[in-house]
Design a protein around this ligand. Structure first.
Ligand SMILES: [Zn+2]
Length: 293
């Protein structure tokens, strides 16, 4: 996470050491990291939280982590890197299981497979970033996370509305791609604005959360598997709260951010399980409909 940790080369010679931080200085303008930046994407909260922590720069980062000693390993965060790797592996394995269980004729098949690949890509760059924190890996981590957030909105829209209005799917997809292009262009060409990045992720994440919950509640009597989706959405939100708890690292390396990444591994698996159930349901519903015709 690109916060108060010194970059590579600033540590000691043994590869790991504690860096004492200055005491807290209230009133320096550090915003409390928000909890509402999560979407159904596993990377959404990460992007939000890292953005909010980074928004204030090093001084604020020190304040946000005030009173504790933060371990750093030449700018590497092994626990977060390992957890990102586990998330990527979980996404990849569940992608294979999805493809094995769901025939390509299922209406949601291409959208779910694309979502899985976008997620695998984001977790790859998250692993790289937590292994080596540079300006380039930071951008790749943020932008790929934004792509997951937007793709989760797309997935949600296609499932809840697009299947009944297929002509609009392309329009909505074009709109989201344009938004992503503008988002990345602004952050790359104009200014790497952490505050704006945070606000965008919070807004889109919140939209995604409320949209899925509304759909799950409406369809609960008819679709027994939606509980999985609702649980994932709610636990993602709860998991993001972990990042607000600024506790000293457990076992030296397990800080709140690493625990947040670890908590999303089982949620990944449950969400793909929901996608399998739902895609098979849609396939059956379609074939029932064509038989009735
Ligand atoms: Zn992270």
């Amino acid at each position: 996470m690109p916060t108060a940790l010194p970059g590579p080369g600033e540590g000691g010679g043994d590869g790991s050491q504690f860096v004492p931080l200055p005491p807290p200085s209230r009133g320096s303008g550090c915003a409390t990291p928000p909890a509402l930046g999560t979407a159904l994407s596993t990377a959404a909260g990460r992007a939000t939280m890292t953005a909010s922590m980074s928004a204030c720069g090093t001084q604020c980062g020190s304040m946000c982590r005030a009173g504790r000693r933060v371990p750093q390993f030449h700018g590497k965060e092994p626990a977060s890197a390992f957890a990102s790797l586990l998330n990527g592996l979980a996404s990849f394995v569940m992608l294979l299981r999805y493809k094995a269980a769901v025939p390509p004729t299922s209406p949601m098949y291409p959208t779910c497979v694309a979502f899985a690949w976008v997620s695998v890509n984001a977790w790859f760059w998250s692993t790289v970033f937590h292994t080596r924190d540079t300006a380039l890996t930071e951008k790749l981590d943020y932008f790929c996370a934004s792509a997951v957030v937007l793709h989760s909105v797309y997935l949600c829209w296609v499932r809840t509305m697009g299947l009944r209005r297929p002509a609009l799917i392309g329009v909505f997809r074009a709109f989201l791609l344009l938004f992503l292009a503008c988002h990345i262009s602004y952050l790359t060409l104009v200014r790497f604005d952490y505050g704006y990045n945070m606000a965008a992720n919070v807004a889109i994440g919140l939209l995604n959360l409320l949209w899925w919950l509304w759909w799950c509640l409406r369809n609960r009597p008819r679709l027994p598997h939606v509980w999985k989706c609702a649980v994932v959405v709610l636990l993602l939100q709860a998991g993001a709260l972990l990042e607000l708890l600024d506790f000293p690292p457990l076992f030296w390396v397990l800080d709140a951010h690493a625990l947040w990444h670890i908590s999303t591994v089982p949620l990944n698996i449950l969400f793909y399980s929901f996608l399998v159930d739902d895609s098979l349901y849609l396939l059956k519903a379609n074939s029932d409909l064509s038989k009735a015709d």
